[in-house]
Design a protein around this ligand. Structure first.
Ligand SMILES: Nc1ncnc2c1ncn2[C@@H]1O[C@H](COP(=O)(O)OP(=O)(O)OP(=O)(O)O)[C@@H](O)[C@H]1O
Length: 267
């Protein structure tokens, strides 16, 4: 049976049920269940070591859970990492994860490559196959860089990029395949308040940007940011869901205050 959103109308873009992951004696995720409705921004909060990255790794097929099920649009699926784009899923990493030997433009275009049969790498190696695909990917990458206001850096290699620019390149690389589910792992990390304002605007636009109805999962330590952009928040502690609800509900949840906010109210 297909799962439905809170209004009972749409299957969840992503639904996780009773996901369990262990690393030896460490229980990283303990019967975690959550749903990400189509077009929603869902935040994942929790203190260090709570299991947030492990959760993303399960969704992206980097980790096989010991227990539990995952559905995409109501269908049981757990795509392998190299097939994520085909299933409309993309991710940014906690660090930048850019290819050091590729320019900003090539890094972004590489995100499109995984959605086409002809790999972008062929183009980088000078192989004739897929030339038209590569050209389209480069055109789309250039347009994204311009849209993000960083077109001037298209030819620069990652070490030469200012950090906020590199973060935008990483985001553009995830967005170029027009994913219907995008996972953002600490996108605000290392950014100053001006860049975080830009990011806030961008995250708010993500659900309707491109072909529309995109879902977003956001792992973020910046409480003020996560509270301001999310429709729904799930809080993990020691691998367990300790709270789930709207930002207002999470802000006033005493368990969250105790576990995550150190007894202080969120900003
Ligand atoms: N590859 C691994 N091998 C062993 N233990 C791991 C591994 N990856 C994660 N863990 C452990 O699993 C638990 C959850 O880690 P995870 O990285 O998912 O937490 P997190 O909430 O993302 O933390 P942070 O906010 O610091 O990034 C932690 O106790 C961590 O030490």
């Amino acid at each position: 049976m297909q799962s439905t959103d809170t209004r009972g109308e749409l299957p969840a873009r992503l639904e996780l049920t009773d996901i369990g992951v262990r690393f030896g004696g460490i229980v990283a995720l303990d019967d975690v269940s959550l749903r990400v409705p189509a077009g929603a921004v869902v935040g994942i909060m929790g203190p260090n070591g709570a299991g947030k990255t492990t959760l993303f790794n399960v969704v992206c097929g980097f980790l096989r859970p010991r227990t539990g099920t995952m559905t995409l649009d109501g269908t049981p699926r757990r795509p392998a990492p190299h097939r994520l784009v085909r299933h409309g899923v993309a991710r940014t990493l906690q660090g930048l994860g850019l290819f050091g030997g590729l320019t900003a433009l090539e890094n972004v275009a590489a995100g499109a490559a995984r959605s086409h049969r002809a790999p972008f790498v062929n183009g980088l190696l000078g192989l004739p196959y897929g030339t038209r695909t590569n050209r389209a990917a480069r055109t789309a990458a250039a347009a994204l860089l311009d849209e993000f206001g960083i077109g001037a850096y298209a030819g620069a290699l990652p070490p030469a990029l200012p950090y906020p620019v590199a973060k935008k390149v990483a985001l553009a690389r995830a967005l170029i395949s027009d994913p219907t589910l995008i996972l953002l792992d600490e996108p605000a990390g290392g950014l100053d308040s001006t860049d975080i304002e830009d990011l806030r605007t961008l995250i708010r636009q993500l659900p309707t940007r491109g072909s529309g109805s995109r879902s977003v999962m956001l792992v973020e330590h910046n409480v003020e940011l996560i509270m301001s952009v999310c429709d729904h928040i799930v809080v993990l502690d020691f691998g367990k869901v300790i709270a789930a609800g709207t930002p207002d509900e999470i802000r006033s949840d005493p368990l969250v205050a105790a576990a995550y906010l150190g007894g202080q109210e969120a900003a």
